[in-house]
Design a protein around this ligand. Structure first.
Ligand SMILES: Nc1nc2c(ncn2[C@@H]2O[C@H](COP(=O)(O)OP(=O)(O)OP(=O)(O)O)[C@@H](O)[C@H]2O)c(=O)[nH]1
Ligand SMILES: [Mg+2]
Length: 291
């Protein structure tokens, strides 16, 4: 018997969803930062063996919407919830469980087979985790509750096994993706994400939320890959901060992004980034594509 299906990784922003996907798949498919609202698109991380294909859907963290970009992000969450076979809901084990979150979990569990994971077990206070488990015990229909740590690789195998129990069965090997594919995203998309990750890591406060990355050129030459990217921000004052005194900030972003890209692409990279202003692009009604 073969098993194959989609697992939505859902939860509040910063809970550790993307880190979990990378750990489950064993590849960096999604960027991770200490800041909230890092993930904007739904990204598939695909794990295949002889008999099984587990297709994890990374989603933006659930948060209140302030602009058109937020709305698009929450649309991505809803569409994932509506289309997956299993929901794996990630609770941040360092935080308190809010009523809204409990309501969401109750709703998900009443509609779709749902497992709850409690993340960051390596740094959690055990009393807090015990309190969360006590609250979750009251919820009907939950298939499992698993404390885990992606960073310490704790209970990651257990998560896979519990998911496998719930995955749809098939007599034939009808996998959705080829066996060597580990994401649905293009190399161009992954490139823009790596650059965006570095802007999140290098820029303070709210500034990175107003940044989008557009890849203008991706050309494989005989000995290196030439990449030209536009970093779009919302104000001229932001552009000046991103460039920094004597161009030092953009140099830091470019150098760090190039190093990450060279690791991902296994090749030498020549990366040039231009900073552009597109006033309030996050508020545009016409905003449909982030990249
Ligand atoms: N100590 C510890 N930190 C973790 C673990 N998992 C994630 N983190 C950290 O938590 C922060 C958020 O992780 P992400 O994986 O980006 O969280 P996310 O849920 O994808 O966040 P959004 O995309 O913003 O919704 C990062 O700083 C991670 O390094 C873990 O198992 N242990
Ligand atoms: Mg994420």
């Amino acid at each position: 018997m073969y098993k194959c299906g989609f697992i939505g990784i859902i939860g509040k922003t910063n809970a550790g969803k993307s880190t979990l996907i990378n750990s489950l798949v064993g590849q960096k498919v999604a960027i991770v930062t200490p800041k909230k609202q890092t993930t904007r698109d739904n990204i598939l991380g695909i794990l295949t063996d002889e008999k099984h294909q587990l297709i994890f859907v990374d989603t933006p963290g659930i948060h209140k919407t302030k602009n058109q970009l937020d709305k698009l992000m929450m649309y991505n969450v809803r569409s994932a919830v509506a289309s997956v076979d299993i929901i794996f809901y990630v609770i941040d084990g360092k935080k308190n469980l809010e009523n809204q979150e409990i309501e969401n979990i109750i709703k998900f569990a009443s509609e779709t087979p749902t497992i709850v994971g409690i993340s960051k077990q390596d740094i959690n206070k055990q009393e807090n985790v015990a309190k969360i488990i006590e609250i979750l015990a009251e919820i009907k229909n939950l298939k499992a509750v698993i404390p885990f740590s992606s960073i310490k690789n704790l209970n990651i195998e257990l998560i896979k096994n519990e998911i496998l129990k719930l995955l749809p069965e098939n007599e034939e090997k009808n996998f959705y993706y080829e066996e060597d594919v580990y994401t649905d995203k293009s190399v161009r998309f992954m490139t823009s994400e790596i650059i965006r990750e570095q802007t999140f890591l290098s820029l303070n406060d709210e500034l990175p939320y107003g940044v989008a990355v557009i890849i203008k050129r991706f050309e494989e030459k005989s000995k290196l890959i030439v990449i030209d990217a536009e970093l779009v921000c919302e104000k001229l004052s932001h552009k000046n901060i991103i460039i920094g005194k004597g161009g030092l900030k953009i140099k830091e972003i470019s150098t760090n992004a190039r190093k990450e890209l060279e690791k991902m692409l296994n090749n030498k990279v020549m990366l040039t980034i231009w900073v552009k202003v597109n006033k309030n692009w996050r508020q545009l009604e016409s905003l449909t594509l982030i990249n």
